[in-house]
Design a protein around this ligand. Structure first.
Ligand code: PMP
Length: 394
């Protein structure tokens, strides 16, 4: 039987990580991987998370199952974190999931159960795993124009034109903040126009929010998601705790379904719980427990937020440094968009040949579409990257 299987195409980002590890050159820079790193190249455990873990170790008395939907307190706190007071709690169904990826997977499966004909409109480009999960589930993905490589910003007119073609009941997948892979984001006026268009067409928004707190701040980064959730009749949201709590390997996320028709909540909740049961039964608890401890304790929460702010402002400073250095070396402001981008990533707009040459000649690793992880840089590597980019003719 197993010999009927064919090779799966390898994940490009994971291949890049492997190539980086195997590169024997003493000075090498990894800008490929999608995790936050500090100036020393480490992905630290956040202080508040470490303290919460210690507390929980003292308090925990059993490893028995929790709930199929996860711990209700985790859901309440995460709903508050992402949605604030924009919608009534009674209108939100939610399940804990293994990471934001688990939340996306459950959301896509919910769509398939509710409307097997639904297509999912995705930004061009988007996080490659969106496409891969949709392909795996046999759901049609339709790209909409998003990134304008000439300006490094959003091609808003193209996006609106393409989203004008959605049908009622189709899904429009939107990155709530810190677009991955481009770093280019809509402003709130543009978000409002998207919401109006969604409401005209009857398409359902699905917001993927994996970097809340990494862009303009914890509250600012949630504004677009809140606008969508409070303005559209139905909104699906996949939120990840991997980045903003730094708990990647704990696999912590939440899938929320917001409906303005509160009579639907209970059936939606039942379907989400059913999906957890079918896919993995009980969702992981440890990471969710840490998040709950951090969010419900005023001191831990304040310390977490302070550290998250340091992470965010540190990345903004690196963006500015890189944009300034490129301006100095190129004598033009054509890379100014790097400072305007938000989140952990920026797409630099290099050709794949330039990306390859930077890797071959300078041991600087970035994804083939020229996406860099800003957090992979530090004071020493910013000038190295800028000079390598200019040397390859960027
Ligand atoms: N959405 C986007 C856009 C992402 O970049 C990621 C992480 N790379 C995720 C979702 C999911 O992250 P995780 O499953 O690790 O929580």
């Amino acid at each position: 039987m197993l010999n009927a299987l064919t090779e799966q195409s390898p994940d490009k980002i994971l291949m890049l990580m492997q190539a980086f590890r195997e590169d024997p050159r003493p000075v090498k820079i990894d800008l490929g991987v999608g995790v936050y790193k500090n100036a020393h190249g480490q992905t630290p455990i956040m202080r508040a998370v470490k303290k919460a873990e210690k507390q929980w170790w003292e308090e925990e008395t059993t490893k028995s199952y929790v709930n199929l939907a996860g711990d209700p307190e985790f859901s309440d706190l995460m709903i508050e974190l992402v949605l604030g007071t924009s919608v009534a709690r009674g209108n939100v169904a939610a399940i804990a999931t293994p990471g934001g990826t688990g939340a996306l997977r459950q959301a896509f499966e919910l769509v398939q159960m509710a409307n097997p004909e639904a297509k999912v409109f995705v930004s061009d480009p988007t996080w490659p795993n969106h496409l891969s999960i949709l392909r795996h589930l046999g759901i049609e993905a339709v790209p909409y124009r998003y990134f304008d490589s000439a300006t490094g910003g959003v091609n808003f007119d193209g996006m609106m034109e393409d989203l004008g073609k959605v049908s009622k009941g189709d899904i429009v997948l939107l990155h709530g903040c810190c677009h991955n892979p481009t770093g280019a984001n809509l402003n709130l006026t543009e978000w409002q126009a998207v919401v109006d268009l969604l409401n005209q067409t009857g398409a359902v928004p699905m917001v993927d929010i994996a970097y809340q707190g990494f862009g303009d701040g914890l509250e600012a980064d949630a504004k677009a998601t809140r606008l969508v959730a409070s303005s559209c009749p139905e909104t699906l949201i996949a939120a990840s705790c991997s980045k903003n709590f730094g708990i990647y390997r704990e696999r912590t996320g939440i899938m929320m379904a917001v409906t303005q028709d509160s009579s639907l909540r209970s059936v939606v909740q039942g379907n989400l719980t059913h999906l957890n049961r079918q896919n993995y039964s009980f969702p992981p608890d440890h990471g969710a427990r840490l998040v709950t401890h951090v969010l419900r304790d005023a001191d831990l929460r304040a310390d977490w937020l302070a550290e998250l702010e340091d992470i965010r402002t540190g990345m903004l400073a690196l963006r500015q440094q890189l944009a300034d250095e490129l301006q100095r070396l190129s004598g033009s402001n054509r890379f100014g968009f790097i400072a305007q981008h938000r989140g952990m990533f920026s797409r630099l707009g290099l050709t794949s040949a330039q990306v390859e040459k930077i890797r071959a000649d300078h041991a600087i690793y970035m994804v083939g579409d020229s996406r860099i992880n800003i957090a992979g840089l530090n004071d020493e590597s910013v000038p190295l990257l800028a000079s390598a980019m200019i040397k390859v003719g960027a």
